[in-house]
Design a protein around this ligand. Structure first.
Ligand code: NDP
Length: 494
């Protein structure tokens, strides 16, 4: 079983002891004492820490060259390392580059308490697989456990790294092979499954991007993992990881929800590796919602009708695409008490979200008009439905309406875009209710403008939550814990 080590970054020895005890009481198997973070580290502090928490600690004195904090001079580093390795720590981490020449001396000093020696190497930049393999061999040759950490630049290289780690543990090697950065998160999520020695987890602030939280790491410990995530490019900031982490945590599901920043090639690699690496499903966002349709074995009715998928479920070599945006919008109308049958509705925008919205509205019997910056796209969208849907130019809105409901399905109002409104304020005066699919910020300029006219409004948060809840149910077969998901979304929006 991969031991979960909470990484302790305190800048003084007392703080390190306190934090280590606290992390151990919260479920960590080990505390990694990052001694390079402790200012004015001296032999007394080392002995005290060893006596207090050493039997459940990894003592790591990272050199500056490999990302350490305070970086003492070489001779000072050596004398402190001599002290560390002679004390009662469960594990001591030494570095291949900085310490290999002294390995025999260090092993002699280690004889007293026999810590497990981790020999580590941390690449500063992306490395190819032969460099990684060489580093691993060199570490394994002199340590009990070989640890290599290397930045990942894409999902493909992370998947290769997981395969390499698996090949090592199948040979009964004790290894820790970490892909750092967001793209490397799957290497951490699969640490247990692959049989890695240690899963380093965040305690407080993260020292390495992509590290799992202690809560997520302990949830995965000793259990079959369920890898979920969000596939798109670029991913930008998404609420989905926070929402799904809340759901996984609330139901104690041994899963993680990871960002997979994928171009089309990486998407293919991910699909091919899915069964092997416990990827049970993912959400799909721009630009893959339509392109992925061809790559899947089966589609549900909504995805088939719209030719767009936002949720993939994977199991037993079979992939099925769903469109939970349709479900999410439909359910949000119910939750908000919005009846649309026979009512006049104006949809602004003609992209994927607009299509899902028009599909629901048309099937519920609304009289739908679509307008868009590019009128041609609105016309194509309207023509793709069997039901009557009208496309109207933006400049014809002044002569049209009124509408019981307006739905904004453009990104206008999102951070980074102009504060302009999708339709002029004068048009809002002819609208009964404004539904903005944008959910960040929680109150958009469009909603503010509508409220100033006394109109009720809602943001896209309800739809987002319901589509996320449906995806969660499809992946896990469990009733989604909507309230914790909602709280996590609101928290992430603060
Ligand atoms: P698409 O890129 O597929 O479509 C975007 C649409 O917005 C197009 O019609 C585009 O017009 C229009 N548009 C883009 N920029 C502007 C602009 N500056 N001014 C006027 N119109 C503009 O995106 P989606 O349909 O996937 O998503 C649209 C929005 O809906 C996003 O903000 C997204 O976050 C939100 N959404 C919310 C969901 C929820 O659960 N709440 C679910 C899905 C989406 P043109 O055709 O001229 O390019």
């Amino acid at each position: 079983m991969a031991k979960v080590a909470a990484v302790i970054l305190a800048d003084n020895a007392r703080g390190a002891e306190r934090e280590a005890r606290s992390a151990l009481s919260k479920g960590a198997d080990l505390a990694e004492l990052r001694l390079d973070f402790v200012r004015n580290l001296d032999p007394v502090a080392i002995r005290n820490l060893a006596a207090a928490v050493g039997s459940r600690s990894i003592a790591t004195f990272r050199s500056e060259a490999e990302g350490g904090a305070h970086g003492p001079r070489d001779d000072r580093r050596m004398s402190l390392l001599n002290e560390i390795i002679g004390q009662r720590f469960a594990y001591v981490d030494i570095e291949r580059d900085a310490d290999a020449e002294r390995i025999e001396d260090l092993k002699r000093l280690a004889k007293r308490h026999r810590p497990t020696i981790v020999v580590s190497h941390h690449f500063a930049a992306v490395a190819d697989s032969s460099q990684i393999q060489d580093a691993l061999e060199a570490c394994a040759a002199i340590g009990d456990v070989a640890k290599v950490a290397v930045p990942m630049e894409d999902v493909d290289s992370a998947i290769q790294l997981v395969d390499l780690a698996r090949a090592q543990t199948e040979r009964k090697r004790r290894v820790i092979l970490i892909g750092t950065g967001i793209d490397g998160m799957i290497t951490r999520a699969l640490a247990e499954d692959v049989g890695q020695e240690i899963q380093y987890a965040t305690w407080g602030r993260p020292v390495s991007t992509g590290q799992l939280s202690l809560a997520a790491a302990t949830r995965l410990r000793g259990r079959d993992p369920m890898i979920l995530g969000l596939v798109g490019h670029p991913l930008g900031h998404s609420l989905s990881p926070a929402i799904h982490e809340a759901a996984l945590s609330a139901l104690d599901v041994p899963g993680v929800y990871l960002p997979f920043d994928c171009d089309e090639g990486s998407l293919q690699t991910l699909l091919e590796a899915a069964d092997r690496h416990h990827v049970r499903g993912f959400n799909v966002t721009s630009p893959h919602k339509e392109a992925i349709v061809e790559k899947l074995d089966e589609l549900d009715g909504d995805a088939e009708r719209l030719g767009a998928v936002n949720t993939v479920v994977i199991g037993d070599g079979w992939t099925k695409g769903h469109n939970t945006d349709v479900f999410g919008f439909r359910l949000s109308l119910r939750a908000l008490g919005l009846r649309v049958g026979d009512r006049r509705v104006l949809v602004v925008g003609a992209g994927g979200a607009a299509k899902a919205v028009v599909d629901v509205l048309a099937r519920e019997g609304a009289k739908v008009q679509v307008t868009n910056r590019t009128l041609r796209r609105a016309q194509v969208l309207a023509d793709s439905f069997d039901e009557t849907v009208d496309a109207i130019p933006l400049d014809a809105l002044a002569r049209s309406g009124p509408w019981e409901l307006l739905v904004n399905a453009t990104p206008l109002g999102s951070p980074g875009l102009s504060n302009g409104l999708p339709v002029p304020t004068a048009i809002l005066a002819k609208v009964g209710y404004v539904y903005d699919l944008v959910y960040n910020p929680p109150s958009t300029p469009l909603m503010d403008a509508a409220r100033r006219l006394g109109k009720p409004t809602t943001s896209g948060l309800e739809m987002l939550l319901h589509q996320a809840a449906k995806s969660f149910e499809l992946w896990t077969g469990r009733a989604p814990p909507v309230e914790p998901m909602r709280r996590a979304a609101r928290e992430a929006l603060r």
